[in-house]
Design a protein around this ligand. Structure first.
Ligand SMILES: O=c1ccn([C@@H]2O[C@H](COP(=O)(O)OP(=O)(O)O[C@H]3OC[C@@H](O)[C@H](O)[C@H]3O)[C@@H](O)[C@H]2O)c(=O)[nH]1
Length: 377
């Protein structure tokens, strides 16, 4: 009996061990199965996540590439100037039509240029090709507020120049040309800089002398719609000479006649851009009045060369800068119509109030003292 019991217990123990071993193997197998299953899910998930990250990052990568490209952007060629010859130059209104061409010239000549603009009529895109260049700085600033920087020369161009623009907000035009000019003369006095004022043929008003030379005092209606600009520029000139006499500030005054060229705003409102746009769009060319009033147009590159020559000359009295080739506005409309090959007709609209009837610069002074004259037709 004892032997039987012993045999049963031995068999039971074996079976028990076998059962335990089987259970252990089953357990290990199930754990392994779960583990490998989880791994495949995890790997699959990881690939998916990686894909998603890739998708999300792709546009960022592109932006970084663009940024890297912009850092290595090629600028127009710039001359090297020694420390002695390199000037720190401020251009107010430097993002405008004339200002941006002046910026190009001075940058390419190797100077350090700071452009100040409030972007009322100026546009960032006019100077964007210089952004990031070590010699260039762009400041969003209104000259009606004082400015504190260190410069050697100031080209003070800030002001709307097209009649519809300057008449749009006459008080602002007056503030820009009066307070703005006072601020820039104050800056010139503080830092010992030379200031060139971009004055205008409009100081001659509707002239009784033809062609207009610098000794002519002008014929301006002080209370007419153009007065905010005409009188604003006249008093700006007065301020320049007051600062010259009283404070010893070195001033230059350029009386700029009608100018055209690239970067004129499509909606500038002046005759050149109006006629070209109208002719291209097949719309009527709008002639104000009879079209017998005259103007003479200079190309912007000629003007820029004249401004730089004047700034670096010893001529402190006003100098006319313009092209003396005079045309009636009607002739000009017909010329643009035929150059564009447009079928537009000419539409006569009421005459603009106080519109100068004849304008043509006498440029003998610029020729004699600066050796300057326009070269473009
Ligand atoms: O669509 C138009 C626009 C203008 N005109 C006429 O064309 C002539 C020229 O007009 P603009 O508007 O181009 O320019 P203005 O000569 O009147 O003034 C300009 O003069 C010199 C610059 O210094 C100034 O920036 C600007 O005021 C004016 O007689 C004007 O009445 C048209 O007949 N049709």
């Amino acid at each position: 009996m004892m032997l039987v019991n012993w045999l049963i217990s031995v068999i039971n123990r074996r079976i028990m061990k076998l059962l335990v071993a089987l259970a252990l193997i089953a357990y290990i197998a199930s754990v392994w199965g779960t583990y490998t299953n989880m791994r495949s899910i995890q790997e699959h998930g990881e690939t998916k996540i990686e894909q998603r990250i890739d998708e999300a990052v792709a546009p960022l990568r592109e932006k970084i590439r663009d940024l890297e490209l912009s850092f290595t952007q090629r600028y127009p060629p710039v001359k090297f100037l020694s420390e002695k010859d390199r000037k720190r130059i401020l251009i107010t209104g430097g993002a405008g039509f004339v200002g941006s061409h002046l910026t190009d010239k001075l940058m390419m000549d190797g100077h350090e240029v700071t452009v100040v603009d409030n972007f009322f009529t100026g546009r960032k895109r006019n100077v964007e090709h210089w952004i990031g260049h070590e010699n260039f700085e762009l400041i969003n600033h209104d000259v009606v507020e004082p400015l504190y920087i260190e410069v050697d020369q100031i080209y003070h161009l800030a002001s709307p120049a097209s009649p519809p623009n300057y008449m749009y907000n006459p008080i602002k035009t007056l503030k820009t040309n009066t307070i703005g000019t006072l601020n820039m003369l104050g800056l010139a006095k503080r830092v010992g800089a030379r200031l060139l004022l971009a004055s205008t043929s409009e100081v001659y008003g509707d002239p009784e002398v033809h062609p207009q030379n610098e000794d002519y005092w002008g014929h301006v209606n002080p209370i007419g719609p153009r007065a905010c600009y005409d009188e604003g520029k006249r008093v700006a000139e007065t301020m320049c000479y007051a600062y010259m006499k009283q404070e010893g500030v070195e001033v230059r005054v350029a009386r700029i006649f009608n100018t055209f060229g690239s970067r004129m705003h499509m909606n500038d409102g002046r005759v050149v851009s109006n006629f070209i746009l109208q002719a291209l769009q097949g719309e009527p060319l709008t002639v104000y009045g009879s079209g017998s009033q005259t103007r003479a147009f200079q190309y912007v590159s000629d003007l820029v060369n004249g401004l730089v020559s004047l700034m670096n000359s010893n001529v402190s009295s006003p100098v006319n800068l313009g092209n003396p080739e005079e045309h009636t506005i009607l002739e000009f409309a017909q010329l643009i119509k035929s150059l564009v090959g447009s079928r537009s007709y000419i539409q006569f609209l009421p005459e603009a109030q106080d519109d100068p009837q004849r304008r043509r610069p006498d440029i003998r002074k610029a020729k004699m003292l600066l050796g300057w004259e326009p070269v473009e037709n």
